[in-house]
Design a protein around this ligand. Structure first.
Ligand code: A3P
Length: 298
């Protein structure tokens, strides 16, 4: 859908990202204090970046002074591979990133930098029901021209590819199951979150995130309503309406800030997918997630 994909070790990657993904896999040196955000694209990465940034920096900035009010979350929490020089296979200096560093990635668990498993750094994974994820992705491609030469696929065709697993960082089920199993194996290393749960109870999940990050909210903070304040600051309505997110671009001017804030709802797929398409996807999820214990509210 507007991107050239290549298969690498069983997963599909946008060709333009592969050099930096491979380079960061070998060269990125994780620190024990790092927090790595891992997501399927269009699962709420921007939201998770805002939340974790706010949780980690709550002692430094009052909510009404938050850098989030002036910067798109992707500027404050970069992708790991943004620091890796493609051609030189070298780490670029991480400027303006103080400890604990929060960095993000879309790569599958097995493709994370080798140093991540060896260090004590923590991983927060976020995914979303694939029906909404697909619809979100479709709109995102329609409103950003990602590759000049790539010919966009039609809706039905891109849905078919998605169901075959041919999608950036897909197959989505392999991506999710990889992190799900890593979470089951070591829940202190990998926190597993779902977009739908965050929508249902953000306060509970912000507390969960803070605990996992090793900086739980004190009773005093809870009493003062800090958790609610952070939740509100990072809410869809608030971020979408900030001047900084209405204009401008991130990632070398390729992606429009406002395209990261579309609708922010659960179940929007029902407005776009035919009942046959929805059935196909539900059946696929049943088969792929069978026995794993992984389920989604859709
Ligand atoms: P929709 O296209 O369904 O609206 P990502 O950040 O991984 O690119 O995901 C983008 C999706 O998350 C979009 O979904 C976007 O609207 C939604 N989103 C962005 N910020 C959000 C927030 N603060 N709260 C809830 N959803 C948010």
């Amino acid at each position: 859908d507007g991107q050239h994909l290549v298969n690498y070790e069983g997963f599909w990657f946008p060709e333009m990202f592969l050099p930096s993904i491979r380079s960061s896999r070998n060269n990125f040196v994780a620190k024990n204090t790092d927090i790595i955000l891992a997501t399927v694209p269009k699962s709420g990465t921007t939201w998770l970046k805002a939340l974790t940034f706010s949780v980690a920096n709550r002692g430094i900035y009052a909510v009404d002074q938050s850098p989030l009010l002036k910067s798109n979350p992707h500027k404050l929490v970069p992708f790991i591979q943004e620091y890796i020089g493609d051609e030189h296979d070298k780490l670029l200096p991480m400027e303006n990133v103080s400890d604990p560093r929060i960095l993000s990635s879309h790569v599958p668990f097995v493709m994370l930098p080798y140093s991540v498993a060896k260090s004590e750094c923590k991983i927060i994974y976020l995914c979303r029901n694939p029906l909404d994820q697909f619809i979100s992705l479709h709109h995102f491609f329609a409103s950003n021209k990602i590759e000049k030469e790539a010919v966009p696929l039609g809706f039905e065709e891109s849905f078919d590819m998605f169901c075959q697993g041919i999608i950036g960082f897909g197959p989505f089920w392999e991506h999710m199951i990889g992190y799900w199993n890593a979470h089951l194996e070591n829940p202190k290393k990998v926190l597993f979150l779902k977009y739908e749960d965050l929508k249902e109870d953000i306060v509970l999940n912000v507390k969960k995130i803070a605990e996992f990050m090793g900086c739980p909210f004190s009773e005093e903070e809870v009493g003062k309503g800090v958790v609610e304040e952070i939740s509100k600051l990072c809410s869809f309505g608030n971020l979408k309406n900030l001047e900084v997110n209405k204009n401008g671009y991130v990632m070398d001017g390729v992606l429009k800030n406002n395209t990261f804030f579309r609708k922010g709802e659960v179940g929007d797929w029902a407005n776009y997918l035919s009942s046959e398409m929805a059935e196909r996807m539900k059946k696929l999820m049943e088969i792929k997630f069978e026995g794993s214990g992984l389920t989604f509210k859709i």
